[in-house]
Design a protein around this ligand. Structure first.
Ligand SMILES: CSCCC(=O)C(=O)COP(=O)(O)O
Ligand code: MG
Length: 227
């Protein structure tokens, strides 16, 4: 894999435990969702409008901001990868991180590997369903310190869904690289499949609780990925 110029990593289940997301971040969001009402209108209004539109497409008629926030709370329980929900989560988590109530979980093998790869001249980037703001928070206020300087780019679902091949083509274009110069790391087989269809090299991370797929090379942690 000496031709790899960029490593693109997923977060949940890859750099970070699924339980941190499900047991810390999502409950924090639901407990603090009412703080959305005090966000500036240019931030919250597009989220409310998009939620009304999405609910309408699904046959539900939401007429108030309160109903929309309740819908978003429900969608967060279902872990819907609805971009406006992910954007709102980033806004709500910001205060929690800044006040020291949340610290981003990062597996201990991640930082040494990222530093080594960067030293070898490999570019590092992130692609997660969490918004770019949420990604910068998780790495910026991580248990291992501020790791944001390690990454040159952050991509979220504004590039497209993580199970869609087109998203990986979009990211390769943004990075100005050939797809086979990018190695994508994720725990989710459907994401790896989409990236491979776009021409990426892929490796599955099999963290505790993840089932290894027979379709992809896999590792237990970042230290097993060598070039
Ligand atoms: C990076 S923010 C927290 C994680 C999150 O909200 C999420 O949806 C995780 O998605 P991923 O694509 O990193 O598995
Ligand atoms: Mg994941």
């Amino acid at each position: 894999m000496s031709h790899i110029k960029c490593i693109l990593t997923d977060i949940e289940g890859t750099t970070t435990s699924v339980s941190f997301v499900y047991d810390v971040l999502f409950p924090y969001f639901r407990e603090h969702i009412q703080e959305a009402s005090s966000l500036p209108s240019n931030l919250i209004n597009p989220i409310i409008k998009a939620t009304m539109d999405q609910a309408h497409q699904e046959g539900k008629n939401l007429t108030t901001s309160e109903e929309c926030l309740e819908q978003l709370r429900q969608w967060s329980i279902e872990d819907r990868k609805f971009t406006p929900l992910k954007t709102l989560q980033g806004y709500i988590w910001k205060k929690g991180y800044e006040e020291g109530k949340i610290k981003g979980h990062i597996y201990p093998d991640v930082l040494p590997a990222l530093e080594e790869w960067k030293e070898e001249g490999i570019d590092l980037a992130v692609y997660s369903s969490g918004s770019v703001q949420a990604q910068k928070l998780i790495f910026g206020y991580s248990e291992a310190g501020d790791l944001t300087h390690l990454f040159s780019r952050f991509f979220d679902t504004k590039m497209g869904g993580k199970k869609e091949t087109r998203s990986y083509e979009n990211i390769a274009e943004e990075l100005d690289l050939q797809p086979d110069e990018i190695l994508f790391l994720s725990d989710v087989p459907d994401e790896l499949k989409a990236a491979r269809e776009a021409g990426y090299e892929v490796i599955q991370l099999v963290r505790p609780g993840t089932k290894a797929s027979t379709h992809f090379d896999n590792v237990d942690d970042f230290s097993q990925i060598t070039f």
